[in-house]
Design a protein around this ligand. Structure first.
Ligand code: SAH
Ligand code: DHB
Ligand code: MG
Length: 230
């Protein structure tokens, strides 16, 4: 057999091999992807294997309260909400009414409407509202909305967490563009500012991992909050 060429086709094939074995087809998740595509939502949800990773991290953490910033059609939401106990709660923030409508239907089809609370609005408005109403602390926070605002989302996440919380940020490698110090791409600049801010933050211990798969070359960062907020 000729050795496979390392690149997108192989990454996709290996992702499919792993998900086929360890995350086989699931009616609610499959229906969510189908309904999201049919409604014309961008197909930028986490891959199956990263969805499973979020689910496992929530279970490892023993999470009872989860916050997600950036719902889209609720695919990652469903993966994480399924890690919660029956009396657990997941709040997810989305500013596009069409995405929110599709997500609400997908979440209900998955039987998770009693666990998931979708808040419509710009996250920089809904996050302070959450803080005002005393929501949290959250055991796991998944940041996956607009990338230029990641530094602000990280600041809010710290306020809404406690010692032991996980703060996970998607899309931090951006095909390697993250190392370009002089990048003019606002998403790259947002990610770099966030990583620099996190590196100077004594209340977390963190890393970032490069990933390849069906969505190409990207990565995610994981921070463990090691101190209670002031
Ligand atoms: N977490 C999802 C993918 C989210 S895609 C999954 O993996 O399944 C990013 C989402 O963030 C989009 O739906 C977009 O509308 C939303 N978004 C972008 N900017 C936002 C903002 N300022 N406030 C709230 N949501 C925002
Ligand atoms: C985009 C956003 C995401 O959260 C993602 O995982 C991939 C792409 C985007 O806005 O293009
Ligand atoms: Mg993402």
């Amino acid at each position: 057999m000729t050795p496979p060429v390392i690149g997108q086709d192989l990454w996709t094939a290996v992702d499919r091999y792993v998900s086929g074995l360890l995350s086989p087809h699931d009616p609610a998740l499959d229906a969510a992807l189908k309904a999201s595509a049919a409604a014309g939502l961008p197909e930028i949800q986490v891959s199956t294997n990263l969805g499973k990773l979020l689910h496992l991290l929530a279970r490892i953490r023993g999470a009872r309260a989860i916050l997600e910033i950036g719902t889209l059609g609720g695919y990652s939401t469903i993966w994480m909400a399924r890690a919660l106990p029956k009396d657990g709660r997941l709040i997810t923030l989305e500013f596009d009414p069409k995405h929110a409508e599709v997500a609400r239907a997908n979440i209900a089809r998955a039987g998770l409407q009693g666990i998931v609370d979708l808040r419509l609005g710009r996250a920089l408005d809904t996050l302070p509202a959450l803080a005002r109403e005393g929501a949290g602390p959250f055991d796991l926070i998944f940041i996956d909305a607009d990338k230029p605002s990641i530094p602000d989302y990280f600041t809010w996440s710290l306020k809404l967490s406690r010692r032991g919380s996980l703060i996970i940020v998607d899309n931090v490698v951006r095909e390697g563009a993250v190392i370009e110090a002089d990048s003019t791409d606002e998403s790259v600049r947002g990610v770099r500012r966030f990583l620099e801010m996190m590196s100077a933050e004594p209340r977390v211990s963190a890393t970032a991992i490069q990933t390849v798969g069906t969505k190409g070359y990207d990565g995610l960062s994981i921070a463990l909050v090691t101190a209670d907020p002031e």
